[in-house]
Design a protein around this ligand. Structure first.
Ligand SMILES: [Zn+2]
Ligand SMILES: [Zn+2]
Length: 164
């Protein structure tokens, strides 16, 4: 495992034949997964490590580790950042499907996104007001995600405040 600083220092060397991280791999380059991994990476201007290798049917990076196919971004995370806790997914903070930069990866639950989407798909607020164009107040919440409020409920809260 490497620190984020070590990973950044490694970046400009990607593509060079004598990548220091691969030194220990000498003599067995064909079976060493790190050698395979870096031979498929190209760093773009956003510092995304774009996967040039195989992808699965969803278009997600796949790496042959010498024994089996593994997800290249999961490999990257567990190799350079840390263990992936059971039940957690490796998510791409940069939203780039092909990115395997360990710095751009984080563990989390995909369901969270699904739940947020579900929440936005609801057509009525908990009080039963419609989430239509006129009644929906849209904003970006503190986490930087799109969110909304019911205008009728907002008005009601204002009114309650004034009564007090
Ligand atoms: Zn990225
Ligand atoms: Zn409401």
């Amino acid at each position: 495992m490497l620190t984020f600083k070590e990973i950044r220092q490694l970046e400009p060397q990607i593509g060079a034949a004598n990548l220091p991280v691969l030194k220990r791999a000498r003599g067995r380059p064909r079976t060493n997964p790190d050698v395979r991994f870096f031979s498929h990476v190209r760093v773009d201007e956003n510092r995304c490590w774009l996967w040039q290798g195989e992808v699965d049917w969803k278009g997600l990076p796949v790496l042959w580790d010498g024994y089996k196919h593994v997800r290249a971004y999961r490999y990257s995370f567990s190799r350079f950042v840390g263990d992936i806790p059971a039940g957690l997914d490796v998510l791409r903070k940069c939203h780039n499907k092909l990115c395997v930069n360990p710095v751009h990866l984080a563990t989390g639950i995909h369901d969270k996104l699904a739940r947020a989407r579900q929440q936005l798909a609801k057509t009525y607020c908990p009080q039963g007001h419609p989430y239509d164009e006129a009644n929906t107040y849209r904003y970006i919440n503190a986490n930087g995600n799109p969110a909304r409020n019911c205008r009728a409920c907002m008005r009601e809260r204002e009114r309650q405040k004034q009564i007090k």
